[in-house]
Every structure is written in C-alpha cells, then in structure tokens.
Design a protein around this ligand. Sequence first.
Ligand code: NAD
Length: 360
Amino acid sequence: MADVFPHLDYKPTMPRKLDRGIGLIGAGGIVNYAHLPAYRRAGFKVAAVTDRNLEAAEKTARDHGINKVHANVDDLLKDPQIEIVDIAVYPAAQAEIVEKAAAAGKHMLCQKPFADEFSKAVRNVELASQAKVKIAVNQQMRWDAGIRCARLLIDQGWLGAPFYATIQVHCKTDWSMWPWIYAGKHLEVMFHSIHYIDSLRYLLGDPNSVFTSGSRAPGETTTAETKTLTVWEYASGLQVLIDVCHSTWTDDPYAIFRLEGTEGVIKGTIGLMYNYPTGRPDTLEFMSKRNPGYWFSARLDTMWIPDAFVGPMASLMCAIEQNSEPETSGRDNLKTLQIVFAEYKSMAEKRAVRPEEITA
Ligand SMILES: NC(=O)c1ccc[n+]([C@@H]2O[C@H](COP(=O)([O-])OP(=O)(O)OC[C@H]3O[C@@H](n4cnc5c(N)ncnc54)[C@H](O)[C@@H]3O)[C@@H](O)[C@H]2O)c1
C-alpha cells in the first residue's frame, strides 16, 4: 500500500504533559483570536497574562477564563506557576523580554518576527543557551495542513528531486488591524512573507541566494513594501518564486503553492489568505509518476487559525520533555531571519544576496 497511497498524518505531535503553566506577555489581537483558541483545543494550561495595557490583559483573562493577571512582565516572570512564557508583543520590544525571561529561567515561545535586528536575535539565542532554557518561534505556518502534508509527501519520496516551487498570494489585507506595522519601514517580508520563507526552508532547505523587488500599489500611504516578487536560487538548480501582493481590489484573490519535482507535482491553496483571519481549510492535490494521469486530493479539516498555533507550543513542550530542540527553535529561526534581511538588502542594493552576507 505504501507505494500506492501516501501517509498524511499532518496533526502536530503532542507532548505527554499538557499542563505546563503558560504565562502570556501581550494580550493583543493574535493572542485572542489564535493563541488562546488553539491552546483551549489542545488542552494547554494558561496560568497568567500581562500586558502593558492592563485593561487588555484583564479583558483577555475574562474572555478566556485565565485566573491571574500580573501587573507587569517582572511580576509574571517571578510567578513559580509559569514554566513557559508566550510572548506576543511588538518585535522591537521582544528582545528585552527574552533577556529577562532567560534570566528568570523560563522557556519561551516568541512571536515572529523573532527580532527586528539580526544581532538581537543572535544575542537572544546565546542568552537562552547560557541559561539552559529553550526558545521556539511562532512560525506556525509549518503546521498549516497544506504545508505539513507537502512535507510528508516530500519525505515519503512522492516529489523526487524538486526543481521548481512557488507561493503566490494576491489578496486584500486590512492593515488597520496592525496600524503599527503599516507605519513602519519594513512590512511585507518582515511581517507576512516571513511565513512563506520559513515554510519554504522547511520544505526545501536553504537557498544559495535571494533576489527581491519590493514595491507598493497605487494609493498606498505607507513607505514600506506591500508587494514583493522574490526569486531564490539553489545549488541544485531548484528555483523558487514568492509572489505576494496585499492590495488586490478584485473579487478573485488567490493564495496558492506548487512544488514540481522529478517524481511528482504537489499543489494547493492557503485557505487563511482568502479571508483573513477567518480563512477556510487548505486544499492539497498531488500527482505522481507512480500513478500517472491521476490527481489525488486530500481532505484537510483543520485551519491555519487557530489549529496551526498548537504546533509551535506543542513542539516546545516536546523539546522540554525530551531535552531536544523545538522544531522552530530560535537557532533555526536565525536562518529564516538571515533570508528576511537578505531580501531587504537585495531590495536596497538591487542585486542577488547570499543569506550568509547577513551577520550579527
Ligand atoms: N504568527 C502570526 O501569524 C502572527 C499574526 C499576527 C501578529 N503576529 C505577531 O504577534 C505580535 C503581536 O501582534 P498583534 O497583532 O497581537 O498586535 P496588537 O497590537 O493587537 O497587540 C500587541 C499587544 O502587546 C502589548 N505590548 C506591547 N509591548 C509590550 C510590552 N513591552 N510589554 C507588555 N505588553 C506589550 C500591547 O499593549 C498590545 O496589547 C507581533 O509581533 C506580530 O508580528 C503574528
């Protein structure tokens, strides 16, 4: 059977112990509509929450049945019931919190982007290593059903040697959900395509070089990039195209991925991007040389939001249990960030950039 049907067990590996105390730092949008619904489904225990806006923390506690609100980050870090700190603040504020959490001996799940400067990310990884605490980064697209199934198909040999891959997303993004992002100098790659970068690394490994063109649609008031065209090159000849535009005004948005290899083709849709943050399930189809002429399609019944948000926390808990590295560890994320910053260097210098050019 194994060579006729693939095995697509795409749900996250769960830890044996589910009730490690989680302390939330930041009680904004993503925590309320993604982290907390996911943790409820998974049976994780959120012991406390804090936010520099205490009203936001109190409302989150009421809405999600969290027993304790701490007045500030320092108080939360002193709480012996907290074993894992789940940080979801702005990227510029994350490094200082990571430093304090490492000093307090707490494991951490950090939001993406892990840092707004590469050197801060490197320093935080070193601090955590010295403190013997684990850092995972919330690059949860790796657990989105379509992407995880694609990885399972690749691991089982259905794709063969990949020679072309693409993610193309043309949608209408409501930046009023994140006014602080729209006001910044980095936008599309730093806050959105970072998911595609991390997922493509997960599927295909690290590229030799990246070239990115960044721009804006007519009428955009931000000075940052809201649409990007990116090409990655690999030593093997594999080419990757990432094509993202957040300003589609038409009624036919699309969010697709496609991988072509010597043994098969995998293609699908990224359901979340058709109607963020509600979304719809991903789709996945593949065709194999072992069954020529047939397109298989998988029924995927989970959603990026909230289901994929179980993955990074579950992976962190498994790593604590087994004293291993979380799948999206801080150290692994340095490579994702190198590509993020290489893409910005490429936009600025109008040339292909190797990720190793980005150093601390
Ligand atoms: N993984 C994903 O798919 C995803 C999606 C959306 C946002 N995010 C990330 O999550 C983070 C939060 O985004 P959001 O949309 O929830 O933003 P938001 O503005 O809705 O919420 C951020 C919250 O953090 C609080 N905060 C900021 N600095 C703080 C500090 N130093 N100490 C305590 N609290 C602080 C703010 O008061 C606010 O309540 C960002 O880094 C963003 O990039 C990730």
